[in-house]
Write a new protein. Structure first.
Length: 64
């Protein structure tokens, strides 16, 4: 059922939050800590991919 006014919408939201808390669900969990290793891992992977692609292109022009 769609709410007809802002007050009804807020009442529905409050009811959902009460129900979630009664079931033991935290509707607003704390924020997760930042994980810098993921950014470093992705950056390292991208660097390896770029170096691989560049070396393949440059190897075409080299005569051994």
């Amino acid at each position: 059922m769609a709410a007809q006014s802002m007050e009804e919408e807020l009442q529905e939201l409050a009811a959902l939050v009460r129900e979630a808390e009664a079931l033991g669900i935290d509707p607003w969990p704390p924020e997760k800590t930042e994980r810098p290793w993921a950014r470093w891992a992705l950056g390292s992977f991208m660097i390896v991919l770029m170096l691989s692609a560049v070396s393949k292109v440059l190897f075409r022009f080299v005569t051994v």
